[in-house]
Design a binder for this molecule. Structure first.
Ligand SMILES: Cc1cc2nc3c(=O)[nH]c(=O)nc-3n(C[C@H](O)[C@H](O)[C@H](O)COP(=O)(O)OP(=O)(O)OC[C@H]3O[C@@H](n4cnc5c(N)ncnc54)[C@H](O)[C@@H]3O)c2cc1C
Length: 493
């Protein structure tokens, strides 16, 4: 008889799980609490503008194409490969457009910041080698199954153990390699890609340089939303059943074996369940009688964000697809986010403008601005006041740096913030990536992709192993599929 799997949530981790498990021949049903599939990767039209509401930085596009091809080898996933990773603006007026590819990046760091080109090139090559060694052992497998670990790539990764800077934070390593505080700030920023602080996160995370600087970001044709739209469409075409507006209220289990799911509409029987809900809430809300692994769930949470979606009545030549207006005191900003849980008075501002490459996202001569500031998780701050204050500070900073009265350019606006991220996507306290990577052991302190207590229960998405970001969420689903195959050998093809 065909095995049946119920999936809780429809973020990219869930959609990837649906595809991978459908490929194994399972009957798959996805339950989404919201009225739309896609989790945080959804779009919204505000006035005449289109906005991707969540992720904007897209790396490893091949993973989405491979996902689609898992069910239909004819599928392609078109994207723009950007020739700049980001434009950086500093408070002293310096502006630097960073190209992609090692040689060009190293040359720019030398020309703009006086770095030694050979040293920069060496760093970028090291990060490439580290990335290639670490990827198969930390990202593509479960760290919680011996047979995943006992493979040749582990030996290769261990052979480079002393290259990873295990005793250092990202910032400490970057400070040793680069001379100019601006270069250090640019490389340090990569810690925010999984909601962490470069002053606490292990230097191993500098491997993100490989994606940001060496390969460079991409942009799906039609916007980020195509990642979830295309995967959903294909999954539906291959028989995956989608239930929207149907929140899962309980994971049903008996004698430590999965029995199904309960929603407001009733009970559904399933042989397997995959939860894409924040792991914290999965335990708290869906299986309160199961003892949660406290040491994993009590880790510091990743940062949240405040996002302003602004339809701008003009275009800005100085800006590209990705732009950063840096804070002067970066360390103080991270202290505010993680220690005092406040918004720093001089925040680093990220502006993403998809209409630079997807012209139909804004009317002719206008632009869609996604303006984001990293923020602390929600611990009951007075967000209404904080956000109004933040808005004024952002407007003042951008007006000064761009020499244009920014408020006069805003035609329409919407705001996203920690309370809404929690309410809309069930991200614990508005955290975006589950646990932060703010200590040396963080990679080992994420929840496994399977339950050690309940047979048939699995977990996918950014709050579990291997971690934050779209590529890792897709990898979490691949690990789930591998574990399911191992646990139910009759499924093997
Ligand atoms: C503002 C912002 C910017 C970001 N920028 C980037 C970026 O540039 N690059 C990047 O890679 N990542 C970025 N991220 C993180 C990104 O969202 C994740 O990488 C990825 O989209 C998360 O996927 P996921 O599979 O974990 O699930 P999510 O997208 O978190 O989806 C989980 C889904 O489960 C549903 N759900 C929860 N509980 C239940 C329940 N009980 N029953 C039914 N459904 C339920 C929720 O409604 C939600 O739809 C950003 C996130 C935000 C908010």
């Amino acid at each position: 008889m065909q095995m049946k799997v119920g999936i809780i949530g429809s973020g990219i981790g869930a959609l990837a799980s649906a595809i991978e498990l459908r490929k194994l021949g399972l009957s798959v049903t996805v339950f989404e609490a919201n009225d739309i599939i896609g989790g945080k990767i959804v779009e919204q039209r505000i006035g005449d503008y289109r906005f991707d509401m969540g992720p904007s930085v897209f790396t490893e596009p091949h993973l989405v194409q491979e996902l689609l091809q898992a069910l239909d080898p004819q599928q392609t996933f078109p994207y723009h490969q950007l020739d700049e990773s980001c434009r950086y603006f500093f408070n002293d007026g310096q502006q630097v457009n960073l190209p992609v590819h090692k040689d060009e990046v190293a040359q720019t760091l030398q020309t703009e910041f006086g770095e030694d080109k050979a040293a920069a090139l060496h760093f970028l090559s090291q990060m490439e080698a580290n990335y290639k060694a670490i990827y198969p052992v930390f990202i593509q497998i479960s760290l919680h199954r011996l047979k995943h670990l006992l493979a040749r790539p582990l030996l290769k990764a261990l052979a480079r153990l002393f290259q990873y800077g295990l005793h250092q934070t990202m910032h400490q390593q970057n400070r040793q390699i680069f001379k100019n505080s601006k270069t250090i700030q640019i490389v340090d920023r990569l810690a925010t890609y999984n909601g962490s602080s470069p002053y606490l996160a292990p230097a191993m995370l500098n491997i993100i340089s490989q994606l940001e600087f060496n390969e460079g970001p991409a942009m799906p044709v039609g916007g980020m939303v195509q990642i979830t739209r295309r995967t959903q469409q294909l999954a539906a075409q291959f028989g995956v059943d989608f239930h929207t507006n149907e929140r899962v209220l309980e994971i049903l289990h008996q004698n430590n074996i999965i029995k199904g799911l309960r929603t407001a509409k009733g009970n559904y029987e399933f042989d397997l369940v995959v939860s894409n809900m924040d792991i914290h809430y999965t335990y708290e809300q869906l299986m309160p009688t199961i003892k949660a692994p406290r040491h994993l769930l009590s880790q510091e949470k990743s940062s949240s964000a405040v996002v302003f979606y602004w339809g701008m009545n003009r275009s800005f030549e100085q800006l590209g697809v990705h732009n950063i207006f840096f804070a002067s005191d970066y360390q103080a900003e991270f202290k505010a986010i993680f220690d005092t849980k406040t918004l720093h008075p001089d925040p680093t501002i990220y502006i993403h403008i998809s209409s630079k490459v997807e012209h139909s996202d804004a009317p002719d001569g206008k632009e869609n601005w996604f303006v984001m500031v990293n923020a602390p998780i929600n611990v009951g701050q007075d967000w209404d006041n904080e956000i109004q204050l933040l808005r004024k500070r952002i407007l003042a900073k951008l007006t000064k740096q761009l020499q244009v009265e920014i408020e006069d350019c805003i035609e329409c606006e919407q705001i996203n913030e920690p309370r809404l991220i929690d309410a809309r996507y069930s991200g614990k306290q508005g955290s975006i990536y589950g646990n932060a990577s703010n200590n040396a052991f963080s990679a080992f302190l994420r929840h496994p992709n399977f339950s050690k207590k309940i047979k048939g229960l699995y977990f996918a998405g950014v709050t579990v192993h291997p971690g934050g970001g779209i590529p890792l969420a897709i990898n979490s689903a691949k690990i789930v599929a591998r574990c399911v195959q191992e646990d139910y050998p009759s499924l093997r093809k």
